[in-house]
Design a protein around this ligand. Structure first.
Ligand code: FAD
Length: 352
């Protein structure tokens, strides 16, 4: 076969393109990943937390009992393959914002304590926060080192001649019934993992993307234990050495990825009220999450252009959802096995 021929072209190397290309390569597929290297990818701004519970009623997140074990296994396998740190257990100390929330957590523990525990705080942590309503530990939570994952996987692809750093240009795409032709490359199939940019994809723009902007401050906090994540009005997440990621907000239908003064002011006000240690803001970052109102992924092949697929729509939960659904998408591509009813794009009516 010609050296410019691939089984699958993947567009985008955020967390989705990374875990999908990895799953396909593990199944012996020859893959070319095309990515522009943008620093505004959601995966480069995300804190990388896998938190199994959500909301005021502290319910389990969608499919967490299935997707979390898969995510842990897949990131640990990648960690071994790449020889870099990618995943660590990092539980959340959830400080209750009110008496009401304290009671909600106590009621939830009495009813079902899965993923929750009442561990006492080490003195240094108790002294670092103003916490009149107590805390609950969310256990286990996981932290994905996205910078290492994306960088080291990219290096791996480069060494295998499987990475093209470029902006994918639809004008260079010719999708014949039996073959994809892109510039000087040919492939059996193409799968788009473009994150929020997927909204502009001419083949999949009918999917109900609802971009969701999020921001974070990178904050140096000397003396804060970086083996936990701390959560109240904002989350404080270990980032690098004494630097912590502090965020975030959720702005629906906002495609602007510039940091805003309003976010900075609101977040520093929340820190001033809560954190008892001195801190210094060293950076302010923002990106658009590839979300949708249903809060479910977009996974599958196009109903008309059957050699074109999408792996996107992970919203606020790319780190937990992408590894499990990458394996499902891989099986679907190779063996036509079904995709989860709530994640498949077959739930939408996509016209040619
Ligand atoms: C502030 C913030 C905090 C977050 N925190 C978490 C968290 O703690 N845990 C969690 O699970 N999720 C979190 N998320 C959500 C998470 O970031 C997303 O679910 C996930 O990163 C989406 O990954 P993706 O690969 O689909 O998209 P992206 O990361 O956006 O990757 C898409 C890639 O495709 C490339 N691309 C797009 N179009 C083209 C083109 N035409 N040509 C070439 N390349 C192209 C982009 O440059 C990019 O590299 C957070 C998001 C934000 C913004």
């Amino acid at each position: 076969m010609h050296s410019n021929h691939y089984d699958i072209i993947i567009v985008g190397q955020g967390v989705c393109g990374t875990v999908l290309s990895s799953a396909l390569i593990l199944q012996g597929q020859k893959v070319l990943v095309i990515d522009d290297g943008s620093n505004k990818a959601a995966s480069k701004i995300a804190s990388g937390v896998i938190n199994p519970v959500t909301g005021r009623r502290i319910v389990k997140t969608w499919q967490i009992d299935t997707v979390m074990p898969s995510a842990v296994r897949i990131y640990q396998e990648l960690e071994k393959k790449l020889g870099t740190r990618i995943i660590k257990q990092c539980n959340i100390i959830n400080f209750h914002a009110s008496e009401q929330m304290q009671k909600a957590f106590e009621d939830r523990i009495a009813e079902d304590s899965t993923y929750l525990s009442r561990q006492p705080l080490p003195n240094t942590i108790a002294a670092a926060f103003e916490a009149p309503f107590g805390h609950t530990v969310i256990d286990p939570c996981w932290l994905i080192h996205l910078e290492n994952l994306l960088h080291d996987w990219r290096q791996y692809l480069i060494e295998k001649n499987a990475l093209l750093q470029d902006v994918f240009d639809f004008k260079k795409l010719d999708n014949k019934a039996d073959q994809i032709i892109y510039d000087k490359y040919t492939a059996n199939k193409i799968v788009f993992c473009e994150g929020a940019k997927g909204e502009d994809n001419p083949y999949f723009k009918q999917l109900p993307f609802a971009p969701n902007k999020g921001e974070a401050l990178l904050v140096k906090i000397a003396g804060l234990d970086n083996s936990y994540i701390y959560k109240k009005a904002v989350s404080i997440v270990p980032w690098k050495d004494a630097v912590f990621w502090v965020g975030s907000n959720y702005e629906w239908n906002n495609n602007n990825d510039d940091p805003s003064l309003a976010f900075k002011e609101k977040t520093t006000a929340a820190l001033n009220e809560w954190l008892q240690l001195p801190y210094q803001v060293v950076d302010h970052i923002a990106a658009v999450r590839p979300a949708n109102i249903q809060r479910r992924p977009f996974v599958g092949m196009h109903p008309t252009f059957k050699n074109m697929g999408i792996f996107n729509g992970m919203g606020t939960k790319g780190c937990s959802l992408a590894p499990y659904f990458a394996e499902q998408m891989t099986e679907h591509i190779l063996h036509q096995t079904p995709i989860d009813n709530e994640a498949t794009i077959d739930r939408f009516h996509i016209l040619a």
